[in-house]
Each structure stands twice: as structure tokens, then as C-alpha cells.
Design a protein around this ligand. Structure first.
Ligand SMILES: [Mg+2]
Length: 344
């Protein structure tokens, strides 16, 4: 268990990681040739198109090892990509994993990353089909490319929303940022593992089933996943669709855990809901008269609550919050920007 990456070497390490996937991963139909050759051979299904995404987590910038177990880190890294496929309404199929590893990293740690990757992919019968290992001196990284399938013409985009439509959101945004604050306050995860806010950060559940239903309904005009923060990502959707948004403060789903934490901090929970946070929930828009149908279709496959939080307006770039008394305040767009913000 103390063996290091540099002691084992690249090709034996690839063999060991392949063994983890052989034991714990899937070998879905359509995967003609996986890891071990120069390239994988994959079949696509008739009538489908590929949705392809890529995301990289860099140690010290996107994560700190003291906040997550190696298994959680692997599962979370894959969940980030699954969420992008979910936002398009896709069925996850194949992943490519590129790692930057220091020579003194324990082999067992990398194996745990792979257990996490497999745990995230298995519910969707999706598999890792290849990748690349490289040696780094500084921060390690995990870079994943994920391919999903969606029926031609059914993919959800950010750009289809219209004024007058309503805004739906899954789950309870803002919790991941609050969990990260708890981890930062303490400096590590000891004793915090089961805190609901910390779990929202360490173990996000990508809304793949929900995204599939939203795409399949034919009723949803636009969608996006929450990787930057509610307001930031809603802003992306509004910009792509050329619309504005009015949110109803009373309708925002604030989780009890977020409520309790913000009372302790003396903060406004609405600001945590709106602000930078990578919760991997979904925002979707649809005609007001279809909202109950969409919610009913979601509840048939998912326990995740869905709330109607506002309406789209014909004022592009204008995001506003309507309080209980009916008065409006303008909202700036505050999401996560990798170049404007510092790392953690
Ligand atoms: Mg996204």
C-alpha cells in the first residue's frame, strides 16, 4: 500500500488501473475495443449524435486533497463531466481520462481515483475506454473527456429560451459553496464527512436521469448545469437565448442545512443560493403552462425536488430579484470565472 507511482512505472501502473476497471467498471455493448491499444473502437447507435465534453481538475486550484478522499475526488471529477452531458440531455457512454501525476504519489491513491470514476459511470453503464498518464512536478491534475449520446434533434441547449417562459431548477443550489466554506474554515474534512453541506461539495450527484427526461419531454426550451453558480449559469443561459430573468425571492429553494449555516454566519441564504457554487444541479426553461407536466415527468423518475423560481423577460442581460413585497432589485452576474477569480 506504500508503493509509489515512480517505483511501479507507467506501463505496470496502466495495467493496475485496468485491473481496477476490470473488477469494478462496466464493459457496455458498443465498446468494441477499450484500453490497451493505440485507440479505442466505439460504436454509435443509429439515430443518435454525440455530446462530448471535457473538464480538468487541478490540485491546489480546483481541489485540495485534504478536503476529499481519493475515491471522492475521482467520483467528483467524473460527476463534473456527467453533469455537462446531463445538461444536454445525453446518455453517458465513454470516458477518456488523462492524469498528471507526481512520482511520489501512492499507487493506491490513483487506484482509488479509478474506483471513484467507475462508481460515477456505472449507474449509466458508461465506461473508461482509454487515456493518458504524464508526470508532473507541481500540482497533479485529472482531465476527463466524456462522450454521451442523444437522439438527433433532442439535445438541450442554452439558446432556446423565450420571454415569458418559466425557470425550473433541481435540488438546492448554494450548498456546495457553503460546504466548501466549512472545509476551508477547518482546513480539512475530519469530522465533517457527513455534514449535508460538505457532502454537497464532496459527493455531487449529476442529474443525468433528470436531463434525459427533460430532453425526452420535448417541452424544455433550454437547459444548463450549475457549475459556476446559480446566477452565473442562469446568466449564461439568458445570454445565449437573448433574454433576461426575474427571480422570485420567496420561491428560491433554500435547504434547511444552508439556512442553519447562514444563521450561524449572519449571512443571507439567498446570496449563497445565487452566488458562485458548483452544485451540478440543472436549470431548465419551458412554457408556463407546461411546467407542471415537466415536473410530473421528472417526479416519475427522480426524488430530486424541482422548483419554479422565476420567469424569463424580454430584457436581455437584465437579471432581477422580486422580493415578497413585489419590489425589484437588479442582480449582478456572479459566477465562477477561472481567469477573474483566484483559486482556492
Ligand atoms: Mg456545464
Amino acid at each position: 500500500m506504500t508503493e509509489k507511482v515512480a517505483e511501479l512505472g507507467e506501463f505496470p501502473l496502466i495495467d493496475r488501473l485496468g485491473q481496477v476497471l476490470g473488477r469494478e467498471g462496466r464493459h457496455p455493448a458498443g465498446l468494441d475495443l477499450g484500453m490497451g491499444d493505440d485507440a479505442a473502437l466505439l460504436q454509435s447507435r443509429a439515430g443518435c449524435q454525440w455530446a462530448v465534453t471535457c473538464d480538468t481538475l487541478v490540485e491546489g486550484r480546483h481541489y485540495l486533497p485534504s478536503y476529499l478522499t481519493a475515491f471522492q475526488l475521482g467520483r467528483r471529477a467524473m460527476a463534473v463531466n456527467l453533469s455537462d452531458i446531463a445538461a444536454m440531455g445525453g446518455q453517458p457512454r465513454y470516458a477518456l481520462v488523462a492524469l498528471g501525476l507526481r512520482g511520489d504519489t501512492l499507487v493506491a491513491e490513483v487506484e482509488d481515483w479509478y474506483r471513484g470514476f467507475a462508481a460515477a459511470l456505472n449507474p449509466w453503464d458508461a465506461a473508461i475506454v482509454g487515456g493518458n498518464l504524464t508526470r508532473v512536478k507541481g500540482g497533479q491534475f485529472i482531465s476527463i473527456t466524456l462522450m454521451g449520446e442523444v437522439a438527433v434533434g433532442r439535445a438541450l441547449r442554452r439558446s432556446g429560451a423565450s420571454p415569458g417562459e418559466v425557470i425550473l431548477v433541481t435540488g438546492y443550489p448554494g450548498q456546495a459553496a457553503a460546504g466548501l466554506r466549512l472545509l476551508r474554515q477547518q482546513g480539512d474534512r475530519a469530522g465533517l464527512e457527513y455534514h449535508p453541506l460538505v457532502q454537497a461539495y464532496t459527493s455531487p450527484v449529476p442529474r443525468v436521469a433528470e436531463g434525459r427526461v427533460l430532453a425526452g419531454s420535448g417541452l424544455v426550451s433550454a437547459a444548463i448545469d450549475l457549475s459556476d453558480g446559480f446566477l452565473g449559469d442562469l446568466g449564461h443561459l439568458c445570454a445565449a437565448s437573448g433574454v433576461g430573468a426575474r427571480l422570485w425571492a420567496k420561491q428560491l429553494p433554500l435547504s434547511p442545512a444552508l439556512g442553519a449555516a447562514t444563521v450561524e454566519w449572519g449571512d443571507d441564504p439567498v446570496q449563497w443560493f445565487l452566488g458562485p457554487s458548483d452544485d451540478y444541479e440543472l436549470i431548465a426553461t419551458c412554457a408556463a403552462e407546461q411546467a407542471e407536466t415537466v415536473k410530473a415527468q421528472l417526479s416519475a423518475v427522480s426524488q430530486v425536488p424541482v422548483h419554479q423560481v422565476g420567469v424569463l423577460t424580454d430584457q436581455p442581460g437584465c437579471l432581477e430579484l422580486q422580493d415578497a413585497g413585489g419590489s425589484l432589485s437588479q442582480l449582478g452576474i456572479r459566477g465562477w470565472d477561472h481567469f477573474a477569480n483566484g483559486g482556492q
